[in-house]
Every structure is written in C-alpha cells, then in structure tokens.
Design a protein around this ligand. Structure first.
Ligand SMILES: CCCCCCCCCC(=O)SCCNC(=O)CCNC(=O)[C@H](O)C(C)(C)COP(=O)(O)OP(=O)(O)OC[C@H]1O[C@@H](n2cnc3c(N)ncnc32)[C@H](O)[C@@H]1OP(=O)(O)O
Length: 218
C-alpha cells in the first residue's frame, strides 16, 4: 500500500523541522479559531483575508504531489503530519498527542470553537474522529494494529468545548480482529464511550512482521 515512506533525516534536523511544522500548524489553528469567533469590522476581515491569501500563495510555491502519508525516520520517530487527529502541521487536527502506559493509551487536549456542533458542545462527528484514533492507537500499542472495521459510539452527555481527556484499551483479540474500548471525558464525567473492531487487512497479512506493524500507524 502506498503512502508509507522510509527516510533518513538526522535526529537534530528532524527536531528542528518538527518545531517549524508545529509552529505553522499552531498559527493556522489559531487563525481558524479566530476566524470563527472574530467580531472585528468587515474592513478588518477583508484585510485579514488578503494576508491569508498571500500566506497561502507562499506555501503553494512548492508542494508534494500526494497527501503527506506516514514517514518513518531511521531514529525511530515517525512523521504523520497530515493526520486529521495527530498531525502537527494539519490545522484540522487539535492536535491530540497520545501517551502510552502498560495497558492503555490516553491524551489530554482541548477543542476550540471550530469543533462546535450543538451550541457550546463538540460535534458528534469530531467525537467519533478522536475515538477512532485513540482506539486505533490502543490496538497499535498492544501490537495488534488494524484498520477500523466497525466503530460504535454511545454519546452519554454533551461534550463541552474546552479541556478533555480520552483513553482507550484493548478488550480482546480474535485472530486478525482487535476489539478496543475507550471514552472521552470532561470535568462533567464520561461524555462518550466507544467500542471498535480493528482488522489487519487481507493485503497486510501477507507482509513481513516489521512492515505489518506499521499498518495501524496513521
Ligand atoms: C500510532 C498511530 C495510531 C493510528 C490509529 C489509527 C486509527 C484510525 C484508523 C482509521 O481511520 S482506518 C480508516 C477507516 N477504515 C477503513 O477505511 C477500513 C475499510 N475497510 C477495509 O479495509 C476492509 O473492509 C477491512 C480491512 C476492514 C476488512 O477487510 P478484509 O478483507 O481484511 O476482511 P476479511 O473479509 O478477510 O475478514 C476478516 C475478519 O474480519 C471480519 N470483518 C470484516 N470486515 C469487518 C467489519 N467491517 N467489521 C467487523 N468485522 C469485520 C470478518 O468477518 C472476518 O472475521 P473472522 O476472522 O472471524 O471470519
């Protein structure tokens, strides 16, 4: 499957590139939030738009001819900068940065006004997006990665925009299927719970173990 790359960037250089990528990503994230909630006069909006279009023209001077994909570096780090949940250079991504313990993965993060569904609450599709990723991450962490086959979500209460936590763990594995569970919570308690089945796809079952372990990475 294309979109997985191997690269050799010296460790210090990769760290420097990550700082630049995070910087531009964070700036555009702030821009997106400001665009949603700005209350300035129309002349200022039009002036801002002119500057944004100029910035876009600079970024488009040179571009890769595909989506970003996943790039594995020789120092063990990976770049998934285009990922919709974790991608540091993708302004659509909050980004959510996962941590891993013995039996689960988790992340604390914040969702701003650009993720609104019902007034003041996170859009249900955004909740699903994050739960898909955290459950998939738990499958990878358990050494049983896969593509999402089925994802079921129970929305227990509205999730207020702002700070929240997500976590996930593996319930069981059955052959090529990994059953994961997880949740999103705020200061109000658990807001949504999910169960997912992650499946090592048929084409990946043929790969060697090292390449197969990368399937769930995203
Ligand atoms: C570190 C970074 C962490 C990254 C986390 C990543 C999280 C994000 C993950 C995603 O967003 S993945 C993108 C969304 N998902 C997809 O695009 C998947 C699209 N579907 C497929 O690619 C295939 O349909 C799929 C891989 C799910 C299954 O195809 P296969 O041809 O491998 O299935 P096969 O027919 O061989 O069936 C294998 C087993 O899975 C079962 N199965 C197949 N499809 C299923 C399904 N959809 N749900 C539940 N079970 C399913 C099937 O019954 C069977 O069970 P048994 O082994 O018990 O017989």
């Amino acid at each position: 499957m294309s979109g997985y790359f191997t690269e050799e960037i010296p460790a210090e250089e990769l760290t420097r590139q990550m700082e630049v990528a995070r910087g531009v990503g964070d700036s555009v994230r702030a821009l997106v939030a400001a665009t949603v909630v700005t209350d300035v006069d129309e002349d200022d909006v039009i002036e801002a738009q002119r500057l944004i279009d100029a910035a876009t023209a600079i970024l488009e001077r040179r571009r890769i001819d595909s989506s970003f994909g996943i790039r594995f570096n020789s120092d063990g780090r990976q770049r998934n900068w285009g990922n919709a949940v974790e991608g540091i250079r993708n302004p659509v991504a909050p980004p959510v940065e996962f941590e891993a313990g013995d039996d689960r993965v988790w992340a604390e993060f914040s969702l701003g006004p650009q993720y609104e569904g019902p007034p003041g609450l996170v859009h249900g599709g955004v909740i699903a997006l994050i739960l898909d990723q955290v459950l998939g991450h738990a499958a990878v962490h358990a050494g049983a990665p896969g593509m999402t086959g089925t994802l079921s979500i129970r929305y227990r209460q509205g999730t207020k925009l702002g700070s929240m936590r997500t976590e996930a763990w593996i319930d069981r594995t059955e052959g090529v299927k990994t059953f994961a569970k997880g949740q999103i919570s705020t200061a109000d308690g658990i807001c949504a719970e999910a169960e997912g089945i992650f499946i090592m796809p048929r084409w990946a079952r043929e790969l060697d173990i090292d390449r197969r372990s990368r399937i769930g990475d995203a």
